[in-house]
Design a protein. Structure first.
Length: 702
């Protein structure tokens, strides 16, 4: 069992290995959902290099990728080919433009959602998932869920390690070869034309034949354990690593022809399996055009491979396009840059009112960050100097840092630092710090790549700050259109909530109101079509119209409001529910204009959705009629009015969602409507990502 902190334990190994074998998948990944429930963490993988998976180690539950959809919607997601991936999930398709099939499914155990399983098959897979593959995958999910549930019930907590656990390729079934057989196999390989090599999942040489060593220009012993692009500078070419990565992920053979200085050309053929790549090398004769193009190319510099640099930058750029707020930028930049660039800590700082404020960080303790937060822009700290000069500063050791900043004190446990200016439109808006546990040699390529990454973060941060400024303005407008507070009414306990949709401007057409009348109270709730300023403006008009006619019979209130909205000819329709509560007669009269039915919880706990005679949405037919229904309002009765954003979820029938809300209302024994409202909203937020506004009005008769 995996005890706390034992993310590298083999708790999930057997289940994943068996599932991979029974489904025939070439790559498998297990994600777990930590207790905070905000992001998935990659715990175990098989058939893929951790370097390739690095950008996907932590995946927010808002990310538009298959495993997130599978977990949030608790269903199996199938993507049959590259074209379908590009259409449905453009971000992973952009970063992994290879031909493969993918399935993702949720991992559950008991009533708990534990994470998700992702399987990849070669691009030659059939367009549909076979029934046997589906059954084997779901069985694997059940097995994984049972193991995680068992660990939790035993008092343990499975936690993924800082790096995902990589499962070794099981040995092919069969007898262990004798020494003579192994020698014969090596002799056979040596006799084959051309050269033969074996690369593991990370791309390191595990075998190099004599002919391959000669063609590559390096001794076999010198090459073993190294990556081709690291030890052979001329292979630091994006085409080579791209074909290695593409062959490994797609499960299909590929080939590329590249020059070996000074005047030789070689053809590389990549043959993948789940343990790595078999590489076959033969001499080639390129045409004149290829020779000319190669001579004009600059020599690749040493350091980070070009393909890795491009891969990391492309993934960062694609991820940051989805960032909405400042915290999104902080989270996504941290998720991508730490594993991609081998750093252990990241800090984002922005210039605000003459000081450099820390707006987000990861890998450092809060006490240390508080010490550095708010440094004056006139100070000489490395972060401020980087901002002021608009140029990056790289320190491979603390001695380097001390030489540039004599007053510097080694206050963290890091050994190397990269201070990068955040520049937009030639204007520095902040500083990005990457810190490393070990000394670093920041070569020209690393410096260029880190500076480019900082530029991407700066643009995303600038957009996010502008969005948040507009969102604050929108929320002020929205709050101005809604009641500033509910009136205190004798004989009633009331509470209301409004939450904007997660996507959009933070403004929409949902509204509610509670209007005191002579001896009575009017309650209304509604939803104008749309999530923009137009919807908010119409919402204000509808609410005003309802308020102006409150006191008339409910059907008449809706009819008058409908005529007004129809005359305005806005092109947007509105659902609305109006209730007139007579506290002396203990009676509530209701009428609806296409709005979700309210819930009524009786004093004995029985809860039902009131089936009101349907009325047409407001703004369609000026002659529409809205029948009124009478319902007893005995002491202890709770009336719940809500918009559909409270219950809507992908793939869930609205009737089932309403029934689920009724069960929750019936079983909630909160002493006040305020605490009951908090509970219902919290459940809605946990159940599914919000795609619509939420308005909720709760009323209990005392």
């Amino acid at each position: 069992m995996g005890r706390r902190g034992e993310g590298g334990s083999g708790l999930l190994d057997a289940a994943l290995s068996r599932g991979t074998r029974e489904t025939g998948a070439s790559v498998s990944l297990v994600y777990v959902l930590p207790p905070d429930g905000t992001a998935l963490r990659l715990a175990v993988l098989s058939g893929m290099s951790p370097r390739i998976a690095a950008p996907w180690v932590r995946v927010p539950l808002t990310a538009p990728i298959p495993v997130v959809d599978a977990v949030r919607e608790r269903r199996l997601v199938w993507v049959g080919n590259r074209e379908e991936m590009a259409r449905r999930y453009p971000r992973p398709a952009l970063v992994l433009p290879y031909d493969f099939a993918l399935a993702a499914a949720p991992i559950t155990g008991g009533a708990t959602l534990w994470g998700g399983l992702v399987l990849l098959w070669p691009g030659s897979h059939a367009p549909r998932l076979a029934a046997g593959e589906r059954d084997a995958m779901l069985a694997c999910c059940r097995d994984l869920g049972a193991r995680l549930l068992g660990a939790a019930e035993a008092g343990h907590s499975f936690q993924p390690g800082p790096r995902p656990r990589t499962l070794a390729r099981p040995r092919v079934a069969g007898p262990e070869p004798s020494a003579a057989e192994a020698a014969a196999a090596v002799e056979l390989i040596e006799r084959l034309p051309g050269g033969s090599c074996a690369l593991d999942l990370d791309g390191r040489f595990t075998y190099v034949s004599t002919a391959a060593a000669d063609l590559l220009g390096g001794g076999a012993q010198r090459l073993l354990g190294t990556m081709p692009w690291d030890v052979l500078p001329w292979l630091n070419d994006p085409a080579f690593e791209e074909h290695y990565r593409g062959s490994l992920i797609s499960g299909q053979s590929t080939r590329v022809t590249l020059p070996r200085p000074p005047d030789r050309w070689l053809t590389f053929r990549f043959y993948p399996d789940s343990s790595g790549i078999t590489l076959h090398i033969t001499p080639a004769v390129p045409d004149r055009q290829a020779r000319t193009a190669w001579r004009r190319r600059p020599s690749p510099p040493a350091g980070m491979s070009q393909a890795t640099a491009l891969y990391n930058l492309m993934h960062l750029a694609a991820t940051l396009t989805e960032a909405v707020g400042v915290q999104d930028v902080v989270d996504q930049a941290s998720d991508q840059m730490l594993p991609a660039f081998g750093a252990q800590a990241v800090v984002l700082m922005a210039a605000e009112e003459g000081r450099l404020r820390i707006i987000g960080y990861r890998g450092y303790p809060a006490e240390l960050m508080a010490r550095f937060d708010g440094a004056p822009l006139t100070s000489e700290t490395p972060a401020v100097v980087t901002l002021r000069r608009g140029a990056p500063c790289f320190f491979s050791t603390f001695a380097d840092l001390k030489r540039s900043h004599r007053e510097a004190v080694h206050q963290d446990d890091k050994e190397a630092w990269a201070f990068l200016p955040l520049i937009t439109s030639e204007h520095a808006i902040g500083t990005l710090l990457l810190a490393y546990d070990r000394q670093q040699q920041f070569g020209p390529r690393e410096r260029a790549v880190l500076s480019s990454a900082a530029g991407l973060v700066a643009q995303a941060l600038d957009r996010a700050r502008l969005y948040e400024a507009k969102n604050r303005l929108a929320l002020r407008l929205q709050s101005g259109l809604l009641p500033p507070a509910l009136p205190e009414l004798p004989g009633l306990d009331v509470a209301a909530r409004y939450l904007p949709a997660l996507r959009g401007m933070g403004i929409g057409g949902d509204f509610y109101d509670l209007i005191p009348l002579n001896g009575r109270v009017a309650a209304t709730i509604g939803d104008v079509q749309g999530h923009d300023v137009n919807a908010a403006a119409i919402m204000g008009q509808v609410r005003t119209a309802v308020h102006a006619t409150a006191g008339a019979p409910p059907g008449e209130v809706l009819a008058r409001t409908n005529r007004l909205l129809t005359n305005l000819d806005t092109g947007l329709f509105t659902s609305c529910l109006y209730a007139d509560l007579d506290l002396e007669r203990r009676l509530v009269q209701l009428a609806t204009a296409g709005h979700p039915p309210p819930l009524l919880r009786r004093p004995d706990g029985r809860t039902e959705a009131l089936q009101l005679p349907p009325g047409l949405l407001l703004g369609i037919d000026p002659c529409a009629d809205y029948p009124t229904t009478d319902v007893p309002l005995t002491p202890g009765t709770v009336l719940a009015l809500f918009t559909d954003g409270l219950i809507e979820a992908p793939g869930i029938d609205l009737g089932e969602a309403t029934a689920d809300l009724a069960r929750r209302l019936a079983g909630d024994e909160s002493p006040t409507m305020e605490s009951l409202a908090d509970n219902l909203i919290a459940h809605a937020e946990r159940s599914a990502p919000r795609v619509d506004d939420i308005a909720l009005l709760l009323i209990r008769a005392e």
